[in-house]
Design a protein around this ligand. Structure first.
Ligand code: ADP
Ligand code: TMP
Ligand code: ASP
Length: 230
């Protein structure tokens, strides 16, 4: 397969079908825009599994996404998307970067959830931007931004329920969207690399914050999430 892109956590390959890509989940783990790096054997497999389960659930509940099927140990076939250069973050509980930008206190429940847009540009450090910036850069017209915001909130509502069923809380998440045949689809991955997920009872961190904060047993958190949702 011809490699068309290698990022920090995944590699994209072309397939014999021009509208289908293979997305390979790497064992590499990074944080703070790649400043902190390591390799965690099997993380790629676990994230592929978690992402596949979540994309399947979302599709069954009306959220169109790029997932087609899993293949091999750490790959999935996806619809090729023309990616929108935005990271859409939805927050249910205040933690992480929002604590540095607002007066919202750590661990406060955010109701209704906050939706934020970040410009996906590593050279600028993925800055927080608003709808006017998106319009001024001509990334998307107003009505498409509104559609994406609505989709992100619906996805959040579904994922809150999904995780609640297995006694987990989805604290926040980062979503990415792209176009295929003029339709907007949810793409990329939905995994503990891109969401914060806590145990409902003792609020144990099970996601990439373990790595960001220098805790041990990062993979054990990811495995715990997979065991509960599968
Ligand atoms: P990064 O680029 O931030 O280092 P990754 O290592 O996760 O991140 O790389 C995966 C890349 O693939 C991302 O840039 C993402 O926007 C892009 N992508 C995700 N899904 C698709 C898709 N279905 N079609 C095309 N590109 C995609
Ligand atoms: P933040 O609190 O650091 O802004 O992160 C919000 C959510 O977005 C959290 O679930 C982690 C996720 N995220 C990514 O997936 N990629 C990123 O580059 C960043 C900064 C956050
Ligand atoms: N996604 C970024 C990185 O991998 C930042 C983060 O997740 O903390 O470096």
């Amino acid at each position: 397969m011809k490699k068309i892109y290698e990022g920090k956590a995944k590699i994209l390959f072309e397939t014999e079908k021009k509208d289908i890509l293979v997305q390979r989940f790497k064992d590499d783990i990074t944080a703070f825009n790649g400043e902190k790096k390591d390799e965690i054997i099997n993380k790629g497999f676990i994230n592929r599994e978690i992402s596949a389960i979540i994309f399947t659930y979302l599709k069954e509940n009306g959220i169109k996404n790029h997932y087609i099927q899993s293949r091999g140990k750490n790959e999935m076939e996806v619809l090729k998307l023309d990616m929108i250069p935005l990271e859409v973050v939805v927050r249910n509980i205040a933690t992480g970067s929002i604590l540095k930008r607002t007066w919202i206190k750590e661990n406060t429940e955010i109701k209704p959830p906050i939706v934020e847009f970040y410009l996906k540009d590593d050279s600028l450090g993925d800055p927080l931007i608003n709808k006017s910036h998106i319009k001024a850069m001509k990334i998307l017209p107003d009505e498409t931004i509104e559609k994406i915001e609505e989709n992100a909130l619906k996805t959040n509502t579904l994922l809150k329920k999904f995780f609640m069923n297995v006694n987990l809380i989805i604290v926040d998440m980062k979503l990415e969207y792209g176009f295929a045949n003029n339709e907007i689809l949810l793409g990329d991955e939905i995994s503990p690399d891109t969401c914060r997920i806590w145990d409902i009872k003792d609020k144990t961190i099970l996601d990439k914050d373990r790595f960001r904060k220098g805790h041990k047993n990062v993979l054990e958190g990811y495995i715990e999430i997979l065991e509960r949702i599968k």
